[in-house]
Structure formats: C-alpha cells, structure tokens
Write a protein that binds this ligand. Structure first.
Ligand code: ADP
Length: 652
C-alpha cells in the first residue's frame, strides 16, 4: 500500500482566507506555549488522541451511513522528515469539512474561557498555571509547543473536498481549498530547532517517537504506525552475515503501540502508571488521577468500567452547563463520547470508559436516557463508586480529604437529589464542627461523641467560622459542652432543609425554637418562673414587633447576649434569605430574651416604673435589630434602626 501522502509543504496558496483567532484563544495559546516548557512531549499524546477520536467517529457514523464505510484499515501514521524537520500525524478517520475546521480549530467552544485565561494570568507559579491549563484540555494547540508552524489538510469522509488550515500560532490562521486522496486528516508540524536543555528533543527520531507513544498512547486501539529503515546484510544458509556483502536498506512499517484496550485487561495486570496515562489520554488532564476504579459486572448484562476520580475539580464544575459523562463503548465501537446518562449529575466529575458487548450498536443517543440497560449500568456504577468512596474515607483519610475538597460540594447535591443513596451520601459528608477547629468530622464521628441523653445532631449556618462561633445561639451549647456542626456553604442549608435525620438522629438547627437540651420539664419550669415577672413587658414588646415576630419569650439558651431569634421552620435564615425573592416575606420567628442581661433588667425596670409604651417599643425594635444583625440577616429598615440608635445615644 502506498502510504505516502502529499503533505502540503508549500507557502500559503493563493485564494486562502485569513481569520483571526478568537481573542481568548490567542491569549491561551501564548500562555500555553510559555508555561509548558517542561513537558513538551505530551503534544503527541494530545494529537494521537484526536486522531483516535476521529477514527472512532468514522466507525460509529459508518454504522448508520453505509456510504462512509471504508475498506482501508483504520490507522494513525507518524511520518517524520528529519531533513525538512517536520512531523506529520496522519489518520484516516472522519476528517473535517471546511466549516468544521473553522468551528473546531481556532475557537474554543467553552463557556468560561475568559475567566480561565484570567485565572491563569493571575496564577502564582508555572505549576499552578499548568494545572489550570491542564483542566482545560487545549489538545490541538499543544502542537504549537513544538512547532512554529502547523499545517492541517483534512477531508471529511463522504466528501470530495479537502481543506487546508495553517497557522504560526501568532494570532491568525488561514483556510484554503486543498486536495487529498482519501478521507482523514494530516497534521504537519514544522518543528522548532532541537534543544535538549529546553525539553525539545528531536521529534523526528524514531526512538524518541516510539518512546513517547509507548509511554502515553500504548493502549490506543488503532495501530500507530511509522516507517522505519533497517539496514540488512545478506546472510548465508546458516543465517550468518556474509562477509563483504553490501548492506541493504529495508524500509518497513512498524506498529509502535500494543493496542490493547486497557479496560479489557485484568486490572491486576495493568501498572498504575498505565492507568494514569490512559486517564490523561481521555481527560486531557496533566495530573494523575486521585483514584482509579475498575469494575466489571457479569450476569444478564455484562459490562466493564474503568473510572477515574480526578485530583482536582475542573474550574467549571459548579457552573451551569458543566459537562460530565463517560465514554460508552459497545462491541468495541465508541458510541458516545460523553454519555451523561451513565451517572447521576452529582457524580459528573468522574471520567472514564464503560464498555458492554451486550449493548446494541444501534442504541440512539437520544434514547439512552430511557434505555433499560443503561439504567442498569448506571445503578451498578453508582453503587460501586459510592462503595469506593466509603472505603477511601475509612482507609485513606488523607486522599479522601483531597477528594472532599475538590468534589464534596457535588456529593451534597447528591444528598438533595438521590433519595436511594441519601443515607450513604450523608455518611460521606465532612463538616466543620465546634469539636475541632482543624479537622472536619463525619456525622458518624459526631454521633460517637454525643453526650449522654443528647437526642439530636446540632448545626448552625453562617458565613465564617468566627461568625458562627460568636453567635448567641451557641451560648448554651458552649455552656453544656454540646457539639455543633458549622455549615459554611449555602448549599449546606439547602441540604439540611431536605434531610431530617441520619442514623435515626434528627438534624436540628441550633436556632431551632424547640430544643431540648436541658430536659423538657426542667426547662419548662425555668421558663415559667422567669416569665412570671416578664409577661406584661413581653406583651408590650410584642405589640410593636408583631409584624416580624410571633412571640417574645424568655430564653434558656442565652448566657451572654441579650436576645436572639429562633424559629421552628426547617429553613435556616440564610436559606430564607436566598429564597426570599421567590417566596415573599419570611416567616415570623420567636424573639428570645435573656432575663439575666443588664439590658433586659433595665428594660423591665423602665416598664415597671413608667409603662412608657413608646420607649419600650423603640427598645424592642433595637433588640430585634440586634438579633437580626448577629445572625447575618438584613435589617428590614436600616435607616430606622440608625435613627433609634442615635436617639438612644443622644439620651445617654
Ligand atoms: P478536544 O479534542 O478536547 O475537543 P482539540 O483542541 O484537541 O480539543 O480539538 C478540537 C476539535 O477539532 C476536536 O474536538 C475535533 O472535532 C477536531 N479535530 C482535531 N483533530 C482532529 C482530527 N485528527 N480529525 C478530525 N477532527 C479533529
């Protein structure tokens, strides 16, 4: 077979159109070339990965469009020309139309590009920049790390027309008509000069190339071939080299990779690095994964999965439209590149491959969601992943903390959405707590530390640890040595709104109106005693505060502060604030007062003496304002509050 293809080495042909790179693209490219000096060789992994995807896509599209079926053996070729200092990566995959070239190469169809470029610019070290770039997966552009000019000639399968794309990576690219004798893509890199010190070996050298392919792309399921020249001397009948016989140069094809689908191999036969390299190949991440998960199911539906937990979250994990999804293979054909139906949304951070020979090749992408087999695989995967996380939490606490930092928030989404695994997910959560300022705790650990007679799990939400810790609501917990979980992330408030208990214990806000910390009877007695003297005053206060407060009562939880607000709704004040616009005015809560506080004593004395309704009312408003401020809520009327404070100060 003639494998030489006329690669375009000519100056830009006439009639070519020049386009500017998208602004972010240009910036990203500059950063990219500057930051990645130490790991240049990965460009080949990226380009081979694109070629392999192109072959996958042709195979898949040919299933439904027989016209695309080609008798050529799918392959990826490396063609090196040491004289011209070019390296060409050729595939006979799906190729691209002119429109596709313009849409795919030169623009980044990614939301959040601008933010990312900003972040990279602000990053403090090149390592940090590298990690950020790595998350992004700028596959094709890695070509510019090693080349100062890149030429691509491509022809879409099923079409006669070919397109040539060229750029020196300096802000513009040109697109022109071209010709190519078969479908697929040839990407020619005009290599920068060899500079071993700068991590730029000779990328036209057979051994350099085969070493990189072995290292990063051994498992690619298509042959990666290269023509190599071997010197041979004529041999005699015994196979010994004939003396003085002239040497013959033999040119032959060599396949550089073993092509074994890594997920079909027995996990114990695969080296950890091989899994890591495979992860990098599919994810475009530059860092190794935090955890590799292998799984195979037998029985009515057989499938294998090779999944990875990345070691950090992609920058857009919590942005709307963040992409998830696993590669789905059926009978050795990749049928979906990002199948989002294989995992619930809250596990969208997993990367990997699922392969089942029982799935039909005709399964349509649109129907996947309703597909019973897919649903069954999904069930198996969720269970497996959660089991791995439970095990990781128990046996590798350090790694689990890294996981938690990156993806904990996603699991919290799971608590609110996955009813089946809610309890298990709750068990996986880590919380800040009053018990330990450094180490986060699980609910199980909390329960193990519960005091004798303590019925419930307590939490309080707030913006920062310091703010929560100085909250009046915690006073009684501190006094009694009861542990409280600190909810810092607003999603926590939403979560506890959905969840009422764990392991038979109720989750209760420390600001709940109905706490039973002291034993009910004792508390009732205390309260009645205290209220006896206050009943009239409370009535007067209530009169002024009636719109916002449904009751004023003596508190058994305050030791230092004069007042606090408590409620019996399941919503935390913060959640209420978040939802306020949607839900209208907030619920009326209970104002609890500390009868031991000097302010209350003063107020009571004033009331007993003068029954000055106006002043009692004003002071009541001030007290309510304080209660709102300390919990981080907004004052309903800050001007009014400020006026009252001024009046009070003027009087003093
Ligand atoms: P990614 O591969 O992460 O999508 P790239 O920048 O590497 O990003 O490639 C951009 C797009 O260009 C690919 O998604 C693909 O559509 C197209 N592409 C790149 N290389 C090839 C190729 N060899 N054959 C066909 N299409 C390709």
């Amino acid at each position: 077979m003639d494998t030489t293809i006329a690669h375009d080495n000519q100056p830009t042909p006439p009639g070519a159109e020049t386009f500017p790179f998208q602004a972010e693209m240009k910036q990203l490219l500059d950063l990219f070339i500057r930051s990645l000096y130490s790991s240049k060789e990965v460009f080949l992994r990226e380009l081979v990965s694109n070629a392999s995807d192109a072959l996958d896509r042709l195979r898949f599209e040919a299933l439904t469009q027989p016209g695309l079926r080609s008798d050529a053996d799918p392959e990826i070729r490396l063609e090196a020309d040491p004289q011209a200092r070019t390296l060409t990566i050729v595939d006979n995959g799906i190729g691209m139309s002119r429109e596709e070239v313009i849409a795919n190469i030169g623009t980044i169809a990614h939301s959040g590009t601008r933010e990312l470029v900003q972040k990279i610019k602000e990053s403090k070290s090149s390592e940090q920049a590298l990690a950020l770039i790595g998350q992004f997966g700028v596959g094709f552009y890695s070509a510019f790390m090693v080349a100062d000019r890149v030429t691509l000639v491509t022809r879409r399968a099923g079409s006669e027309a070919a397109t040539r794309w060229e750029s020196t990576g300096d802000g513009t690219y040109t697109v022109s008509p071209a010709s190519r004798d078969r479908h697929g893509t040839a990407l020619t890199l005009h290599l920068r000069p060899v500079d071993q010190d700068d991590g730029m070996p000779d990328f036209t050298d057979e051994w350099v190339l085969s070493g990189i392919i072995k290292k990063y792309s051994d498992f690619v399921r298509y042959p990666i071939r290269m023509q190599v020249t071997r010197e041979e001397v004529e041999r005699d009948e015994q196979g010994k080299p004939k003396p003085d016989a002239p040497k013959k140069s033999i040119v032959e094809d060599k396949t550089l990779n073993s092509m074994k689908a890594i997920w079909l191999r027995k996990p114990q036969d695969v080296k950890e690095e091989e899994h890591h390299d495979f992860y990098k190949h599919i994810s475009h991440d530059w860092e190794k994964p935090l955890k590799t998960i292998t799984f195979s199911a037998e029985g009515r539906l057989e499938y294998r999965a090779l999944l990875f937990i990345p070691s950090r979250a992609p920058f857009d994990l919590h942005l709307f439209g963040a992409e998830g999804g696993l590669q789905l293979f059926a009978q050795n054909v990749k049928i979906v590149e990002r199948c989002e139906d294989l995992l619930p949304r809250y596990l969208r951070f997993l990367r990997g491959v699922v392969d089942s020979s029982d799935l039909s090749l005709n399964v349509s992408r649109e129907m996947l969601q309703q597909d019973r087999q897919i649903a069954q695989i999904r069930k198996g995967l969720v269970k497996k992943v959660l089991d791995v996380l439970v095990e990781m939490q128990e046996r590798e606490p350090e790694a689990y903390r890294t996981f938690w930092k990156a993806f904990g928030r996603a699991l919290k989404e799971g608590v609110t959405s996955d009813y089946e695994y809610r309890e298990k997910l709750l068990g996986l959560l880590l919380f800040e707590s009053s018990a330990d300022a450094e180490k986060q705790t699980t609910l199980k650990e909390y329960i193990a530390r519960m005091k004798e007679g303590q019925q419930d799990i307590y939490f309080l939400s707030g913006e920062s640890r310091a703010l929560i810790e100085s909250s009046p609501h915690l006073e009684v917990f501190k006094a009694k040595g009861l542990e409280v979980l600190y909810l810092r992330d607003p999603i926590d408030d939403l979560m506890v709104h959905h969840v009422s208990e764990f392991d038979g214990k109720k989750l209760k806000s420390a600001a709940n109106a109905n706490l039973d910390l002291t034993g009910k009877e004792e508390r009732e007695k205390e309260r009645k005693e205290a209220e006896a003297g206050f009943a009239e005053l409370f009535k007067a206060m209530q009169k002024r505060l009636d719109a916002q407060v449904k009751e004023v009562r003596v508190s058994s939880r305050l030791t230092v502060s004069p007042v606090c607000l408590v409620g019996d709704g399941a919503m935390t004040p913060r959640l209420e604030r978040l939802l306020a616009e949607k839900r209208g005015p907030s619920q009326r809560r209970i104002l609890e007062v500390n009868p031991e506080h000097a302010v209350l004593k003063q107020l009571k004395a004033l009331f007993d003496q003068s029954k000055d309704d106006q002043r009692i009312g004003d002071y009541s408003e001030l007290l309510l304002g304080q209660a709102l401020l300390v919990e981080g809520s907004e004052l309903p009327d800050p001007t009014r509050f400020s006026q009252l404070v001024s009046e009070l100060m003027a009087r003093a």
